[in-house]
Design a protein around this ligand. Structure first.
Ligand code: SF4
Length: 371
């Protein structure tokens, strides 16, 4: 069956050429930075680990709150997963709802299995981290090879996707969709273009909803527990797996129980409870992470810039109050503002032929719309 046998309705590009060039350049730069980081993890592990854990990762959660679309447009793994479509070799299969729910569960499990491994080995061993990222990259390409556009990876199995949904429910800014200049409805509801999606509503199946409920309740305690696990060096972490997993999972279980009790006690306030728990998770993250960024009370390796000698003794408290107020306002105080992560591209109506059922070609292959 020939992909060219689909005759799509022509849709003019939605981005002006200059903007499109700017986004394409940013995507290439992000991809090059990702490759540099990956190479550094192997050949200059100290540099690679510092750039990833102390520069990129501390910034990423805040970016997901403020403008998740920027991350969705630039993520190097996301671009990698779309490569099979750009090269015209993707099978472009439509992902069923049932399987999307299962992949979403897989994303959540990947997330909570890999994060505790940081304290065990991934915070200190660049080559092992590079090997894991290599496998994740293969998974991203594989999902892009089999499934239609973003359905298999970016909007299902990517382990960052549940966190994007948890933190990105009330973005401050929407940006243009730099991957999809036209929409072929690869997933529904579209994660990019639907305002107010949450972990509980993004994947429209019973399993998807329950993954979202568990993530929402579990994550604040999980983050708190993770920060209270000591960092192990060498191979000693492998003999402390019960601590590395036990503490985040134990406290995560407690916050999940509290969240489920609140939902049961007051189903009317389910949305509010979910937003409070999401805000609690990111506040907990920066409660521990923000002061060390500036060299306050942290091992040298955890900081981006050491300005602690010039700061007063109450700086850590001030930073914590600042981040708590900021995320309370961003995630709880702007209930009337509903924005999607990205502006919606126009829809393409597929014209299936007798030989070709609808929905098996990715949007980038249509009319040269996608670079
Ligand atoms: S805009 Fe359309 S093609 Fe792009 S991710 Fe959303 S549903 Fe898929």
């Amino acid at each position: 069956m020939d992909k060219a046998s689909i005759t799509p309705t022509y849709v003019p590009p939605t981005l002006k050429p200059l903007k499109l060039t700017a986004w394409r350049t940013a995507q290439w730069l992000a991809w090059a930075a990702g490759m540099f980081l990956w190479g550094a993890l192997i050949f200059k592990p100290a540099l690679g680990l510092h750039l990833l854990w102390n520069v990129l990762i501390p910034v990423a959660p805040a970016l997901l709150v403020v403008a998740p679309g920027v991350w969705r447009n630039l993520c190097p793994l996301g671009s990698l997963s779309l490569a099979p479509h750009h090269f015209g070799v993707s099978l472009g299969k439509r992902l069923s709802k049932t399987w999307r729910g299962r992949l979403y569960l897989g994303a959540f499990l990947l997330l909570i299995v890999v994060i505790p491994l940081r304290k065990v080995v991934l915070d200190t061993n660049g080559p092992i981290l590079a090997a894991i990222l290599f496998v994740v990259g293969l998974l991203a390409i594989g999902m892009g090879f089999v499934f239609k556009w973003k359905s298999g990876w970016c909007s299902s199995l990517c382990p960052v996707y549940p966190v994007e949904l948890l933190y990105g429910g009330q973005p401050l800014a929407s940006v243009p969709n730099a991957h999809c200049s036209a929409c072929l409805n690869c997933v529904a509801p579209c994660s990019e273009s639907t305002a107010g999606l949450s972990p509980r509503t993004a994947v429209d199946t019973k399993l998807g909803k329950w993954v979202g409920v568990v993530l929402t309740g579990f994550f604040p305690g999980f983050v708190w527990g993770w920060y209270n696990v000591p960092s192990y060096s060498g191979w000693e972490g492998f003999s402390h797996l019960h601590v590395a997993y036990g503490l985040p999972f134990g406290v995560g279980g407690l916050t999940l129980a509290l969240y489920l009790a609140l939902r049961t006690a007051s189903p009317k306030h389910e949305d509010l409870a979910a937003r409070i728990f999401a805000a609690a998770a990111i506040m907990t993250y920066y409660w521990f992470r923000l002061p060390p960024i500036f060299g306050i009370g942290a091992p040298d390796a955890a900081m981006i810039v050491d300005i602690s000698p010039w700061l007063p003794a109450w700086s850590a408290t001030a930073l914590r109050i600042f981040e708590s107020v900021a995320f309370s306002w961003l995630m709880l105080g702007r209930t009337s503002e509903r924005r999607a992560w990205e502006t919606a591209p126009p829809k393409i109506e597929e014209q299936p032929t007798a030989e070709q059922p609808s929905g098996i070609i990715a949007p980038d292959l249509l009319q040269g719309e996608h670079a």
